[in-house]
Design a protein around this ligand. Structure first.
Ligand code: SFD
Ligand code: AMP
Length: 674
């Protein structure tokens, strides 16, 4: 029996492995971990206790909730993992971990093969070079990818799928592997708990049910934290009538970064963000239009800004000379048009479809049109609403593009996240490489267990792993699987470890339900429930956070610009906000969820601000500009920026960590134009 709103039931459970999240990464861990756990049981008779908790329902939770129309990372047989690591590095302006990208690259195709085996329809090209969508490929009996089937490539790395049910398919396999008894849905994890006897070790996590008055306290030897990226920390472009629309999912609330920081993990590249160029207002994806339909983006006068402004790329050697300029640089060229008054920017769908019609049969054109709609229907149905509502026929009317508000993530075209141990067999730099650099870590990029953070027993994957990026759905699943194997090893190696929480269960429960207590204590002070001097609603607090981030930390209000002075103001205001966050109210369980999500957002936002403040350059022009340091400084800042948070003093320590290339990058670049 669950308790009451004022007096929740407390459920305690001790497990070996706790998985937090049920998205692409955790589904990968769930699937893979059972294979190793079963092998362990067969060999030793020891059965690992495993539990997965997701704040939502796994079938539709996480970023793939609505589906996707492409898998953006599939290596195939025409390129290799080193090419992939090169591409990741280039798109993220040279500062990524080659060991992580390479390792992902050599394993990712296996996850895609599994998706196909589990029923995901994947487009294929037949022997005559004719393209078939997923359903047709199955009907025609075209070979599976693992048997040499040729995918339809939208780009060099991307393959097309019929992915409306992508998450259902991946979640079903995870649930089948784990068994429903090992899964608890609708449990929001609020914080991780360190070990009483060793603060640098994880001992468990606490959270609450979003449906019943119940608090969950877990003890665990090993924890996977894969709760996605961070959305809605900046004021979104969609306000008022459009409130609630965003590109990445609003339910990715920074839980991964905030909880990791509070547990003492070293974070990396938190200054990085992703500002995707998207179809305006609906946030519809552009990849298929650019890559598959070969459309060009133009300014209001029909000029292609990538051509018109190409000289601007020379300001950023060597990255500007890459065959495919980084995503941020593409934004940089677009923003010039907008700032100088040559907007709106358009995706030239009219010219692209007309050009395709010249070489295709009417039937193929009809099919192509359906594909254009399906691209939105599969992963961003709201964009279809815009097209219908604004009478857009892409053959006759171009659609506006817009750079969105910033998002923090480590799996898409961004690389913020947690610093993790890499693979053991990929050239980890030796100790000498680290001389002279503050050593928070054991030297090198590997400390025994793949994907373990700097807190013992705490692992991460997907959006959680920093300094990599471009993993997307398939790569996140793969990273989850890679971690699973080392989590089992960690449990075997630490068989005698008995986790003890560093805080009492009563205290943890009190902390979690504090917003409820605040509400119950003060609700009768006023007649209007939302107006009360003793508390702040989660919604208002979120508005305050978004305003600070938007106006001072390079949001859309300032065309993504900031400077040291503005960051100082942000720092002060975020400090006040953090204090006020302790006064958030929760009038029901839904608000309790919102309150804690916002708390996670604030810490994530603070990390972002601190890192931008520390990095004395503008590494990602087009994503953000430090106007007082508006250049890329390869000599002094070609390095990782990492940080550690002290939950007691509430202070951040930010520092440099040396970057090393493990894969030769020279073939990415052509000589500078002048
Ligand atoms: O068009 C808690 N992504 C794309 N990937 C592709 O492969 N192809 C595409 O086409 C992609 N595109 C795209 C993508 C995402 C979105 C939203 C759109 C378009 C509109 C990216 C992938 O989706 C992404 O890389 C992965 O999903 C990342 O995986 P992961 O596991 O790191 O995050 P998740 O899937 O969001 O899952 C998070 C889970 O955590 C839960 N959770 N549980 C308990 N307690 C808490 N405190 C929690 N906080 C969160 C969530 O419920 C969820 O289960 S395109 O742009 O290129
Ligand atoms: P998007 O729809 O923008 O998320 O893009 C999907 C995929 O296509 C990602 O792998 C992007 O990096 C890639 N992509 C999008 N636009 C371009 C472009 N103009 N040039 C090269 N790659 C792109």
């Amino acid at each position: 029996m669950a308790g009451t709103f004022g007096n929740p039931e407390i459920v305690q459970e001790e497990v070996d492995v706790l998985l937090i999240g049920g998205g692409m990464a955790c589904c990968g861990t769930a699937y893979e971990i059972m294979r190793w756990a079963e092998a362990l049981k067969a060999e030793t008779g020891k059965e690992l206790k495993i539990k997965l908790v997701d704040k939502a329902a796994m079938d539709r939770s996480g970023a793939v909730a609505q589906g996707l129309s492409a898998i953006n990372t599939y290596i195939g047989n025409k390129q290799d993992p080193a090419d992939y690591a090169r591409m990741v590095s280039n798109d993220l302006m040279g500062i990524t971990r080659d060991d992580l990208a390479y390792d992902l690259g050599r394993n990712v195709d296996d996850s895609v093969h599994l998706f196909e085996e589990w029923g995901l329809p994947i487009w294929k090209t037949d022997a005559e070079g004719v393209r078939h969508d997923g359903a047709e490929s199955i009907r025609e009996g075209l070979p599976l990818l693992k048997d040499g089937g040729e995918p339809v490539r939208s780009g060099k790395w991307q393959i097309m799928i019929n992915g409306e049910s992508y998450k259902w398919i991946v979640a079903e396999a995870a649930k089948k592997a784990l068994g429903l008894a090992r899964i608890e849905e609708r449990v929001f994890i609020v914080k991780l708990v360190n070990d009483k006897n060793d603060p640098s070790r994880i001992a468990g996590a606490v959270g609450f049910s979003t449906r019943e008055n119940r608090i969950y306290v877990y003890k665990a030897k090993a924890v996977m934290l894969a709760a996605g990226g961070c959305v809605n920390l900046f004021r979104p472009r969609s306000v008022g009538e459009g409130t609630g629309r965003a590109w990445y999912p609003v339910w990715n609330a920074g839980s991964t970064y905030a909880m990791a920081a509070e547990a003492g993990c070293e974070l990396t590249m938190m200054e990085n963000r992703f500002v995707p160029a998207r179809f305006k207002d609906g946030y519809g994806p552009v990849g298929a239009w650019f890559l598959l339909f070969k459309a060009k983006a133009i300014n209001a006068y029909g000029e292609e800004y990538m051509t018109r402004n190409k000289e601007m790329l020379n300001d950023y050697p060597p990255y500007g000379q890459a065959a495919v300029p980084a995503s941020c640089l593409r934004n940089h060229l677009m923003l010039k048009e907008m700032k100088e008054g040559r907007g709106p920017i358009y995706m030239d769908t009219v010219t692209a479809l007309a050009a395709l019609a010249e070489t295709l049969t009417p039937k193929e054109v009809k099919h192509l049109e359906a594909e254009a709609w399906e691209d939105f229907l599969d992963m961003c149905v709201g964009q279809c609403g815009i097209w219908v509502g604004e009478d857009v026929d892409p053959r006759e009317k171009n659609s506006e593009l817009m750079p969105t508000e910033p998002y923090l993530l480590g799996s898409h075209s961004g690389c913020c996240g947690i610093w993790v141990s890499g693979p053991t067999d990929v050239g980890a730099p030796n100790k000498e490489e680290y001389d002279g650099i503050p050593a928070h870590l054991p030297s090198g990029w590997n400390w025994g267990y793949r994907s373990m953070t700097t807190v013992k027993g705490l692992f991460t994957a997907g959006d959680g792993v920093g300094a990599s990026g471009h993993k997307f759905s398939s790569g996140s699943h793969t990273e989850g699987r890679l971690a699973a194997k080392s989590m089992v090893k960690y449990c075997m190696d630490n068989a005698d470890f008995k986790p003890e929480l560093d805080t009492s269960v009563e205290q943890l429960a009190e902390e979690i339900y504090k917003p409820v207590r605040t509400f119950l204590e003060h609700k009768d002070y006023t007649t209007a429930i939302d107006v009360n001097p003793n508390y702040i609603t989660p919604k208002m607090l979120q508005f305050r956070l978004q305003k600070i981030m938007d106006e001072y930390v390079a949001g859309v209000a300032t065309y993504y610009t900031t400077n040291a002075k503005m960051l100082e103001v942000a720092e002060y205001k975020l400090g006040l906000l953090k204090e006020d966050a302790t006064k958030m109210r929760a009038k029901d369980l839904h608000e309790l969820l919102r309150a804690w999500e916002n708390y996670h957002r604030i810490l994530t936002a603070e990390a972002h601000m601190k890192h931008i403040q520390f990095r004395q350059e503008s590494r990602y022009p087009g994503f953000y500009y430090r106007m007082d340091k508006n250049f890329v400084d390869e000599e002094n800042w070609h390095c990782f920026v990492n940080s550690v948070y002290d939950k007691n003093s509430k202070q951040w320590t930010v520092f440099k960590r040396k970057h090393v290339d493990l894969v030769d990058k020279s073939k990415l670049f052509k000589p500078a134009a002048h």
